[in-house]
Design a binder for this molecule. Structure first.
Ligand code: COA
Length: 285
């Protein structure tokens, strides 16, 4: 897309209108559908004819949607899924690789990264995996906090078959999640595994029949979205620290984040509600 066209994209126009009017208007996207149900937002990657492959526009819109949802205090949890019944995301858009230089590809990966946006997103993000979850799709799911898969889903890092390697966190996050031996096997062979095998490896949190996928994911998302947003944020940050620091640093970080929870109104409300034998009403403060 040329810069001129980008300057008039629906997202930018909506953002400018929001700034001018002071009214928070939902943005519109061409490759995504964003819906809100209770305190849960669902981002559906909507390119089913291309098996929801991630092109530059989808990555940018995904990051923009997260930016919008980050500011929205009515949203406590975000779900990523793919349109149609065939694919979650079948990887990076391979058509965009043709003729691309190393420098351009590096810019694409280091620019507005969807994977990083999920990683640093202060609310839980769940991948609802409804079909092919390959390459960049698997990396997208790996960047999420939980992965719930339908029995018909399949997983893999088939980049090796294209003469490349995973570049969106696959070699790092997959290895941390399933261990070096299995990650190495998946990345070197490019083999695709079914959802049960992915579950046995610890790559997904649970596998459910395809017909139950949405209901089960919504049930979990709704349940999490009722917790204190402050505590959820601290919990995500503390768990992330485990794989990114040594034990002493991680334990220290945990204590700091644990103590920080004591400065929140949510902690006072949670403790009070327990003692008064009622459900807490968290405010995210
Ligand atoms: N990038 C770009 N286009 C893709 C794509 C991708 N990652 N995955 C699928 N598509 C496109 C196909 O080119 C095809 O487009 P067309 O109808 O214009 O020819 C369309 O999506 C349907 O794909 P098709 O292969 O016919 O569907 P399928 O259901 O038989 O097979 C897959 C699905 C996912 C197994 C197969 O498309 C595939 O292997 N995709 C590539 C996976 C991959 O290597 N991902 C890592 C990329 S780094």
């Amino acid at each position: 897309m040329s810069d001129k066209v980008k300057a008039f994209s629906p997202q930018l126009v909506t953002r400018h209108l929001s700034l001018i009017t002071g009214v928070n208007m939902p943005q519109s996207y061409e490759t995504l559908i964003v819906e809100r149900r209770n305190r849960v937002a669902i981002i559906t990657i909507n390119r089913p004819e291309k098996r929801n492959a991630l092109n530059i526009q989808t990555r940018e819109e995904g990051a923009a949607a997260l930016e919008e949802l980050r500011e929205d205090s009515s949203v406590g949890v975000v779900i990523f899924t793919g349109a149609g019944d065939k694919a979650f995301v079948a990887g990076a858009d391979i058509a965009e690789f043709a003729g691309r230089t190393a420098i351009t590809q590096r810019e694409v990966m280091l620019g507005r990264s969807l994977f990083t946006a999920i990683d640093v997103f202060p609310k839980p993000v769940i991948a609802m995996v409804n079909g092919y979850c390959l390459g960049g799709g698997c990396e997208l799911a790996l960047a999420c906090d939980l992965r719930i898969a339908s029995e018909t889903a399949s997983f893999g890092q088939p980049e090796i078959n294209l003469g490349i390697i995973p570049g969106g966190g696959g070699t790092q996050r997959l290895t941390r999640l399933v261990g070096e031996g299995k990650a190495m096997e998946l990345i070197l062979t490019g083999d695709i595994i079914d959802a049960r095998t992915a579950f046995n490896l610890g790559l997904v949190n649970m596998v459910v029949p395809a017909a139950d996928l949405e209901a089960k994911t919504m049930e979990i998302a709704n349940r999490i979205s009722e917790k204190s947003p402050v505590a959820l944020r601290m919990a995500k940050e503390a768990v992330h620290a485990a794989a990114r620091s040594n034990l002493d640093e991680g334990l220290r970080r945990e204590v700091d984040l644990f103590a920080l929870c004591f400065s929140s109104e949510d902690k006072d409300e949670g403790v009070k509600a327990f003692l008064e034998k009622r459900k807490p009403a968290f405010k995210g403060k």
